[in-house]
Design a protein around this ligand. Structure first.
Ligand code: LLP
Length: 381
Protein backbone atom coordinates (compact mmCIF):
# COMPACT_ATOMS: atom_id res chain seq x y z
CA UNK A 1 0.00 0.00 0.00
CA UNK A 2 1.56 3.23 -1.11
CA UNK A 3 1.20 6.31 1.02
CA UNK A 4 2.30 9.93 1.24
CA UNK A 5 3.03 10.83 4.85
CA UNK A 6 0.26 8.92 6.68
CA UNK A 7 -2.32 8.97 3.89
CA UNK A 8 -3.03 6.11 1.48
CA UNK A 9 -2.85 7.26 -2.12
CA UNK A 10 -5.72 4.98 -3.10
CA UNK A 11 -7.95 6.78 -0.57
CA UNK A 12 -7.26 10.24 -1.95
CA UNK A 13 -7.72 9.09 -5.54
CA UNK A 14 -11.01 7.55 -4.46
CA UNK A 15 -12.11 10.85 -2.96
CA UNK A 16 -10.64 13.45 -5.33
CA UNK A 17 -10.17 11.53 -8.56
CA UNK A 18 -7.24 12.02 -10.91
CA UNK A 19 -5.16 13.58 -12.34
CA UNK A 20 -4.22 15.06 -9.01
CA UNK A 21 -1.28 16.99 -7.60
CA UNK A 22 -0.41 16.05 -4.02
CA UNK A 23 1.95 18.03 -1.80
CA UNK A 24 3.52 16.81 1.42
CA UNK A 25 3.72 19.68 3.94
CA UNK A 26 6.12 17.90 6.28
CA UNK A 27 8.51 17.21 3.43
CA UNK A 28 8.54 20.94 2.56
CA UNK A 29 9.34 21.73 6.21
CA UNK A 30 12.16 19.17 6.30
CA UNK A 31 13.65 20.63 3.11
CA UNK A 32 13.51 24.14 4.56
CA UNK A 33 15.07 23.08 7.84
CA UNK A 34 17.90 21.30 6.02
CA UNK A 35 18.92 24.58 4.42
CA UNK A 36 18.64 26.39 7.76
CA UNK A 37 20.82 23.77 9.39
CA UNK A 38 23.55 23.96 6.72
CA UNK A 39 23.52 27.77 6.78
CA UNK A 40 23.42 27.99 10.58
CA UNK A 41 26.76 29.81 10.80
CA UNK A 42 25.74 32.36 8.21
CA UNK A 43 23.39 35.30 8.65
CA UNK A 44 20.92 34.36 5.96
CA UNK A 45 17.37 34.62 4.70
CA UNK A 46 15.63 32.00 2.56
CA UNK A 47 13.31 33.42 -0.12
CA UNK A 48 11.12 30.76 -1.69
CA UNK A 49 11.10 31.10 -5.50
CA UNK A 50 7.32 30.96 -5.76
CA UNK A 51 7.40 30.50 -9.55
CA UNK A 52 8.17 26.87 -8.69
CA UNK A 53 4.69 26.49 -7.23
CA UNK A 54 2.52 29.39 -6.18
CA UNK A 55 -0.07 27.32 -4.32
CA UNK A 56 -1.33 29.37 -1.38
CA UNK A 57 -1.24 26.46 1.08
CA UNK A 58 2.44 25.91 0.37
CA UNK A 59 3.10 29.63 0.80
CA UNK A 60 1.46 29.49 4.24
CA UNK A 61 3.57 26.48 5.25
CA UNK A 62 6.74 28.37 4.30
CA UNK A 63 5.62 31.65 5.82
CA UNK A 64 5.06 29.94 9.17
CA UNK A 65 8.67 28.77 9.03
CA UNK A 66 9.93 32.34 8.59
CA UNK A 67 10.67 32.03 4.90
CA UNK A 68 10.60 35.04 2.55
CA UNK A 69 9.58 35.16 -1.12
CA UNK A 70 11.36 35.50 -4.43
CA UNK A 71 8.85 36.98 -6.88
CA UNK A 72 9.17 37.60 -10.61
CA UNK A 73 5.93 39.40 -11.42
CA UNK A 74 3.60 41.90 -9.74
CA UNK A 75 1.04 39.10 -9.55
CA UNK A 76 3.37 36.98 -7.47
CA UNK A 77 4.14 39.99 -5.24
CA UNK A 78 0.42 40.59 -4.75
CA UNK A 79 -0.24 36.99 -3.83
CA UNK A 80 2.59 37.07 -1.29
CA UNK A 81 1.37 40.35 0.24
CA UNK A 82 -2.21 39.07 0.38
CA UNK A 83 -1.24 36.14 2.52
CA UNK A 84 0.75 38.33 4.87
CA UNK A 85 4.39 38.43 3.74
CA UNK A 86 5.96 41.77 4.56
CA UNK A 87 7.38 43.76 1.61
CA UNK A 88 10.78 43.58 3.27
CA UNK A 89 10.60 39.77 3.04
CA UNK A 90 10.12 39.85 -0.72
CA UNK A 91 12.82 40.06 -3.37
CA UNK A 92 11.60 40.95 -6.83
CA UNK A 93 13.80 39.87 -9.73
CA UNK A 94 11.82 40.33 -12.92
CA UNK A 95 13.35 39.62 -16.30
CA UNK A 96 12.96 41.98 -19.27
CA UNK A 97 9.78 43.30 -17.73
CA UNK A 98 8.17 46.70 -18.41
CA UNK A 99 9.53 49.62 -16.46
CA UNK A 100 6.10 50.05 -14.85
CA UNK A 101 6.46 46.73 -13.07
CA UNK A 102 9.79 47.82 -11.64
CA UNK A 103 8.25 51.09 -10.42
CA UNK A 104 5.48 49.01 -8.79
CA UNK A 105 8.08 47.06 -6.84
CA UNK A 106 10.07 50.16 -5.88
CA UNK A 107 6.98 51.89 -4.55
CA UNK A 108 5.88 48.89 -2.50
CA UNK A 109 9.29 48.71 -0.85
CA UNK A 110 10.14 45.15 -1.87
CA UNK A 111 13.78 44.41 -2.73
CA UNK A 112 13.93 45.13 -6.43
CA UNK A 113 16.74 43.57 -8.43
CA UNK A 114 17.36 45.49 -11.62
CA UNK A 115 18.60 43.28 -14.43
CA UNK A 116 19.45 45.70 -17.25
CA UNK A 117 21.50 48.87 -17.40
CA UNK A 118 18.98 50.38 -19.79
CA UNK A 119 16.33 50.63 -17.06
CA UNK A 120 18.19 53.34 -15.13
CA UNK A 121 17.50 56.32 -17.42
CA UNK A 122 13.90 55.10 -17.79
CA UNK A 123 13.52 55.01 -13.99
CA UNK A 124 15.27 58.31 -13.33
CA UNK A 125 12.52 60.08 -11.38
CA UNK A 126 11.77 57.00 -9.25
CA UNK A 127 15.28 56.28 -8.04
CA UNK A 128 16.15 59.13 -5.71
CA UNK A 129 16.83 57.86 -2.20
CA UNK A 130 15.91 54.29 -3.15
CA UNK A 131 17.84 51.24 -2.01
CA UNK A 132 18.01 48.77 -4.84
CA UNK A 133 19.67 45.51 -5.83
CA UNK A 134 21.30 44.51 -9.10
CA UNK A 135 20.98 41.20 -10.87
CA UNK A 136 24.36 40.45 -12.45
CA UNK A 137 25.18 38.20 -15.34
CA UNK A 138 28.53 36.77 -14.26
CA UNK A 139 29.18 35.15 -17.68
CA UNK A 140 29.71 31.75 -16.10
CA UNK A 141 28.99 28.56 -18.01
CA UNK A 142 27.82 25.80 -15.77
CA UNK A 143 27.55 22.11 -16.51
CA UNK A 144 24.07 20.69 -16.57
CA UNK A 145 20.86 21.21 -18.50
CA UNK A 146 21.55 24.26 -20.70
CA UNK A 147 17.82 24.86 -21.16
CA UNK A 148 17.71 26.05 -17.56
CA UNK A 149 21.10 27.82 -17.45
CA UNK A 150 20.91 31.59 -16.95
CA UNK A 151 24.32 32.99 -16.03
CA UNK A 152 26.30 32.52 -19.23
CA UNK A 153 27.54 34.98 -21.81
CA UNK A 154 24.59 34.51 -24.16
CA UNK A 155 21.87 34.65 -21.50
CA UNK A 156 19.22 37.39 -21.41
CA UNK A 157 19.41 37.57 -17.62
CA UNK A 158 21.23 40.16 -15.55
CA UNK A 159 23.54 43.10 -16.12
CA UNK A 160 26.86 42.21 -17.78
CA UNK A 161 29.50 42.90 -15.15
CA UNK A 162 31.53 45.10 -17.48
CA UNK A 163 28.69 47.66 -17.29
CA UNK A 164 29.01 48.12 -13.54
CA UNK A 165 31.10 51.30 -13.91
CA UNK A 166 28.16 52.80 -15.71
CA UNK A 167 25.86 51.77 -12.81
CA UNK A 168 28.21 53.67 -10.48
CA UNK A 169 27.76 56.76 -12.66
CA UNK A 170 23.98 56.40 -12.58
CA UNK A 171 24.13 55.97 -8.83
CA UNK A 172 25.76 59.38 -8.42
CA UNK A 173 23.53 60.96 -11.00
CA UNK A 174 20.16 59.65 -9.73
CA UNK A 175 20.94 59.32 -6.02
CA UNK A 176 20.17 55.65 -5.21
CA UNK A 177 22.07 53.09 -3.15
CA UNK A 178 22.97 49.59 -4.28
CA UNK A 179 22.41 47.52 -1.16
CA UNK A 180 22.14 44.09 -2.80
CA UNK A 181 23.75 42.05 -5.55
CA UNK A 182 22.05 39.01 -7.01
CA UNK A 183 23.16 36.14 -9.21
CA UNK A 184 21.23 33.11 -10.39
CA UNK A 185 23.15 30.93 -12.81
CA UNK A 186 20.54 28.26 -13.48
CA UNK A 187 18.41 25.54 -11.97
CA UNK A 188 19.26 22.05 -10.73
CA UNK A 189 23.01 22.60 -10.95
CA UNK A 190 25.18 19.60 -10.21
CA UNK A 191 28.30 21.64 -10.87
CA UNK A 192 28.99 22.96 -7.35
CA UNK A 193 32.26 24.45 -8.59
CA UNK A 194 30.15 26.55 -10.99
CA UNK A 195 27.99 27.73 -8.09
CA UNK A 196 31.10 28.62 -6.13
CA UNK A 197 32.42 30.68 -9.05
CA UNK A 198 29.21 32.66 -9.11
CA UNK A 199 29.53 33.26 -5.35
CA UNK A 200 33.09 34.49 -6.02
CA UNK A 201 31.70 37.01 -8.50
CA UNK A 202 29.21 38.34 -5.97
CA UNK A 203 31.93 38.98 -3.43
CA UNK A 204 34.22 40.49 -6.04
CA UNK A 205 31.66 43.01 -7.33
CA UNK A 206 30.33 43.77 -3.85
CA UNK A 207 33.58 45.66 -3.27
CA UNK A 208 32.34 48.33 -5.67
CA UNK A 209 29.45 49.30 -3.39
CA UNK A 210 30.28 50.60 0.13
CA UNK A 211 26.62 50.51 1.10
CA UNK A 212 26.17 46.80 0.32
CA UNK A 213 23.91 44.94 2.79
CA UNK A 214 23.18 41.58 1.19
CA UNK A 215 24.36 39.14 -1.45
CA UNK A 216 21.72 36.96 -3.06
CA UNK A 217 23.06 33.67 -4.38
CA UNK A 218 19.82 32.75 -6.23
CA UNK A 219 19.35 29.02 -6.26
CA UNK A 220 20.15 26.13 -8.57
CA UNK A 221 20.24 23.86 -5.49
CA UNK A 222 20.09 20.42 -7.01
CA UNK A 223 17.71 17.65 -5.96
CA UNK A 224 17.65 13.95 -6.80
CA UNK A 225 15.22 13.14 -9.57
CA UNK A 226 16.27 9.50 -9.74
CA UNK A 227 18.17 6.83 -7.90
CA UNK A 228 21.87 7.50 -8.16
CA UNK A 229 21.44 11.23 -8.91
CA UNK A 230 23.65 13.57 -6.93
CA UNK A 231 22.00 16.30 -4.93
CA UNK A 232 23.73 19.45 -3.73
CA UNK A 233 26.17 19.15 -0.85
CA UNK A 234 24.66 22.02 1.12
CA UNK A 235 27.16 21.83 3.97
CA UNK A 236 30.05 22.19 1.59
CA UNK A 237 28.40 25.06 -0.26
CA UNK A 238 27.58 26.87 3.00
CA UNK A 239 31.11 26.33 4.29
CA UNK A 240 32.49 27.90 1.12
CA UNK A 241 30.22 30.93 1.55
CA UNK A 242 31.22 31.20 5.22
CA UNK A 243 34.91 31.34 4.19
CA UNK A 244 34.17 34.02 1.58
CA UNK A 245 32.32 36.06 4.21
CA UNK A 246 35.31 35.85 6.54
CA UNK A 247 37.62 37.04 3.76
CA UNK A 248 35.23 39.84 2.84
CA UNK A 249 35.34 41.17 6.40
CA UNK A 250 32.26 43.37 6.20
CA UNK A 251 28.89 42.17 7.52
CA UNK A 252 26.49 41.19 4.74
CA UNK A 253 23.42 38.96 4.81
CA UNK A 254 23.24 36.03 2.40
CA UNK A 255 19.97 35.49 0.63
CA UNK A 256 19.14 32.20 -1.10
CA UNK A 257 16.15 31.59 -3.38
CA UNK A 258 15.34 27.89 -3.64
CA UNK A 259 12.37 26.64 -5.61
CA UNK A 260 13.10 23.00 -6.49
CA UNK A 261 14.93 22.25 -3.28
CA UNK A 262 11.94 23.22 -1.12
CA UNK A 263 9.09 21.84 -3.19
CA UNK A 264 10.40 19.47 -5.88
CA UNK A 265 10.38 16.17 -4.03
CA UNK A 266 7.40 17.23 -1.90
CA UNK A 267 5.03 17.00 -4.85
CA UNK A 268 3.51 14.13 -6.84
CA UNK A 269 1.34 13.95 -9.91
CA UNK A 270 -1.11 11.06 -9.71
CA UNK A 271 -2.52 9.79 -12.98
CA UNK A 272 -4.75 6.92 -14.10
CA UNK A 273 -4.08 4.63 -17.03
CA UNK A 274 -6.56 5.09 -19.88
CA UNK A 275 -5.10 2.59 -22.27
CA UNK A 276 -2.24 0.17 -22.77
CA UNK A 277 -1.56 -0.21 -26.48
CA UNK A 278 0.86 -1.95 -28.77
CA UNK A 279 2.72 0.16 -31.30
CA UNK A 280 4.93 -1.35 -34.05
CA UNK A 281 7.87 -1.88 -31.78
CA UNK A 282 6.85 -0.81 -28.31
CA UNK A 283 4.19 -0.75 -25.67
CA UNK A 284 2.50 2.54 -24.81
CA UNK A 285 0.81 3.43 -21.55
CA UNK A 286 -1.63 6.31 -22.10
CA UNK A 287 -2.46 8.24 -18.92
CA UNK A 288 -5.09 10.89 -18.20
CA UNK A 289 -2.56 13.72 -18.21
CA UNK A 290 0.08 15.20 -20.54
CA UNK A 291 2.38 18.17 -20.85
CA UNK A 292 -0.62 20.33 -20.01
CA UNK A 293 -0.01 19.19 -16.41
CA UNK A 294 3.71 18.43 -16.26
CA UNK A 295 5.79 19.81 -19.07
CA UNK A 296 9.27 19.16 -17.67
CA UNK A 297 9.94 15.82 -19.43
CA UNK A 298 8.98 17.26 -22.81
CA UNK A 299 10.43 20.75 -22.46
CA UNK A 300 13.67 20.01 -20.64
CA UNK A 301 14.09 16.27 -21.23
CA UNK A 302 13.72 16.03 -17.48
CA UNK A 303 13.56 12.64 -15.76
CA UNK A 304 10.72 11.91 -13.33
CA UNK A 305 10.47 8.59 -11.56
CA UNK A 306 7.16 6.83 -12.28
CA UNK A 307 5.68 4.04 -10.18
CA UNK A 308 2.72 1.79 -10.83
CA UNK A 309 1.26 1.75 -7.34
CA UNK A 310 -1.62 -0.52 -8.35
CA UNK A 311 0.51 -3.53 -9.24
CA UNK A 312 3.74 -3.33 -7.20
CA UNK A 313 4.47 -7.03 -7.63
CA UNK A 314 3.72 -7.20 -11.36
CA UNK A 315 6.38 -8.31 -13.85
CA UNK A 316 8.70 -5.57 -15.01
CA UNK A 317 7.96 -4.52 -18.59
CA UNK A 318 9.21 -1.67 -20.74
CA UNK A 319 6.79 1.07 -21.77
CA UNK A 320 6.64 4.53 -23.23
CA UNK A 321 4.42 6.50 -20.87
CA UNK A 322 2.46 9.08 -22.81
CA UNK A 323 -0.31 11.60 -22.20
CA UNK A 324 -3.71 12.10 -23.80
CA UNK A 325 -2.97 15.33 -25.68
CA UNK A 326 -3.01 15.58 -29.42
CA UNK A 327 0.78 15.87 -29.34
CA UNK A 328 3.81 13.71 -28.72
CA UNK A 329 3.56 14.17 -24.96
CA UNK A 330 5.90 11.50 -23.66
CA UNK A 331 6.64 11.39 -19.93
CA UNK A 332 9.18 8.59 -20.23
CA UNK A 333 10.61 6.33 -22.94
CA UNK A 334 11.49 2.65 -22.58
CA UNK A 335 10.80 2.85 -18.86
CA UNK A 336 10.49 -0.31 -16.78
CA UNK A 337 7.26 -0.46 -14.79
CA UNK A 338 5.47 -3.23 -13.00
CA UNK A 339 2.98 -4.55 -15.52
CA UNK A 340 0.42 -1.85 -16.26
CA UNK A 341 -3.30 -2.46 -16.73
CA UNK A 342 -6.11 -0.11 -17.70
CA UNK A 343 -7.29 1.71 -14.56
CA UNK A 344 -3.98 1.43 -12.70
CA UNK A 345 -2.70 4.44 -10.81
CA UNK A 346 0.72 5.79 -11.78
CA UNK A 347 2.59 8.06 -9.40
CA UNK A 348 4.92 10.61 -11.04
CA UNK A 349 7.44 11.71 -8.46
CA UNK A 350 9.32 14.96 -7.73
CA UNK A 351 6.67 16.96 -9.53
CA UNK A 352 6.17 19.66 -6.88
CA UNK A 353 8.32 22.30 -8.58
CA UNK A 354 7.44 23.71 -12.02
CA UNK A 355 4.62 21.19 -12.35
CA UNK A 356 1.31 22.87 -11.61
CA UNK A 357 2.85 26.35 -11.97
CA UNK A 358 3.63 25.61 -15.63
CA UNK A 359 0.36 23.77 -16.29
CA UNK A 360 -2.08 24.96 -18.95
CA UNK A 361 -5.51 24.27 -20.43
CA UNK A 362 -4.36 22.95 -23.81
CA UNK A 363 -7.01 20.89 -25.64
CA UNK A 364 -9.43 22.50 -23.15
CA UNK A 365 -8.43 19.93 -20.59
CA UNK A 366 -8.64 21.17 -17.03
CA UNK A 367 -5.69 21.51 -14.70
CA UNK A 368 -5.53 18.92 -11.92
CA UNK A 369 -6.87 19.52 -8.44
CA UNK A 370 -4.24 20.08 -5.76
CA UNK A 371 -4.16 18.41 -2.36
CA UNK A 372 -1.99 19.17 0.66
CA UNK A 373 -1.22 16.36 3.08
CA UNK A 374 -0.09 16.98 6.61
CA UNK A 375 0.40 13.93 8.83
CA UNK A 376 -2.91 12.09 8.34
CA UNK A 377 -4.90 15.15 7.25
CA UNK A 378 -5.86 15.96 3.66
CA UNK A 379 -6.79 19.43 2.41
CA UNK A 380 -8.07 20.42 -1.01
CA UNK A 381 -6.04 23.55 -1.70
N1 LLP B 1 15.89 32.70 -8.38
C1 LLP B 1 15.71 33.10 -9.65
C2 LLP B 1 16.00 34.47 -10.02
C3 LLP B 1 15.22 32.19 -10.60
O1 LLP B 1 15.03 32.61 -11.85
C4 LLP B 1 14.91 30.88 -10.21
C5 LLP B 1 14.38 29.93 -11.18
C6 LLP B 1 15.11 30.51 -8.86
C7 LLP B 1 15.61 31.44 -7.98
C8 LLP B 1 14.78 29.15 -8.35
O2 LLP B 1 15.63 28.19 -8.89
P1 LLP B 1 15.58 26.67 -8.35
O3 LLP B 1 15.86 26.69 -6.88
O4 LLP B 1 14.22 26.17 -8.59
O5 LLP B 1 16.64 25.98 -9.07
N2 LLP B 1 11.14 25.46 -15.13
C9 LLP B 1 12.51 24.96 -14.99
C10 LLP B 1 13.31 25.75 -14.02
C11 LLP B 1 13.32 27.23 -14.35
C12 LLP B 1 13.92 28.02 -13.25
C13 LLP B 1 13.56 29.44 -13.40
N3 LLP B 1 14.16 30.24 -12.39
C14 LLP B 1 12.45 23.49 -14.57
O6 LLP B 1 11.35 22.94 -14.45
O7 LLP B 1 13.49 22.86 -14.40
Amino acid sequence: MCQIDKVLIDDIVQEYGSPLYVYDANCVRDNYLRIVSSFKNIVHKIHYAMKANENVALLYVLKDLGCGIDAVSPYEIDRALNIGFDPSDIVFTPSCTSVNEIVYGLELGVHVHIGALEYFPMLEEHLKGKKIGLRLNPAISIEGNQKIATGHLGSKFGIPVNYLNKVLEYKDKYGFDVIGLHIHTGSNIHDVEGLKRSVDSLFEYAKLFDEIKYLDIGSGLKIKYKEGDLDIDLDEYAHYIRCKLNEFGKHVEIKVEPGKYLIGNAGYLITKVNIVKKGYNKLFVGVNSGFNHLIRPMYYDAYHEIVNISNPKGDLLKYDIVGQLCEEDTFARDRELNEVRVGDTLLIKSAGAYGFSMAMDYNLRKKPKEILIEDDKVFLV
